[in-house]
Design a protein around this ligand. Sequence first.
Ligand SMILES: CC(=O)CC(=O)C(=O)O
Ligand code: MG
Length: 165
Amino acid sequence: MVPLYTNNLHHEVELGVVIGKGGTSIPQAAAMEHVAGYALCLDMTARDIQDECKSKGLPWTLAKAFNTSCPVSEFIPKERIPDPGSVNLWLKVNDKLRQSGCTSQMIFSIPYLISYISDFITLEEGDLILTGTPKGVSAVQEHDELQAGIEDVVTMSFRVDRQDY
Ligand SMILES: CC(=O)CC(=O)C(=O)O
Ligand SMILES: [Mg+2]
C-alpha cells in the first residue's frame, strides 16, 4: 500500500534472517547458531520521506515502518539455505527485472550483522533482520504487480494499492 504522504515509494528486495535463539553481544563465530532460518522480504521505502528525514537528521520511521511496508515470505528453515552468503535475489515490476543481486555482494556478512546489532539491541527468538538490498531500487505505482524471489528457494508476488483511508 502506498501511504498518502509519499510520491516516491521504492521497492528493496532483501534476504531476511530469522533469529531462533536470542542473545546479547553475540560473537561473530557463534552468530549462525542463533539463526533459525530466513525469509524473503521487501523493505518498501518512501524515498522522498527518507531523503527529507536524512537531511534533517531525523529517524526514518515514517519512510520504512508504515502499514504494509514490509511484505515477508513464508519462513524458510536454515537447512534450505546452506550458504546464506551466496544466494541470488531478484525482483520484477510488471514482469520487468529491476533488481538482481547476490548476497556475496553484501558489505557486511550475516555473522557480522548479528554480532553488531546484538551489541546494542538484545536479539530475541522471532526477530527478523533485513540485510540490505542490491542495486536497482526504483519507484512503484498503484496497480503495479511485484514479483520477487530467492533463486531456487521461494517466490512471492503482490499488487501495489494506494491508501484509501
Ligand atoms: C538507504 C536505505 O534505504 C538502506 C536500505 O534499506 C538498504 O536496504 O540498503
Ligand atoms: Mg532496505
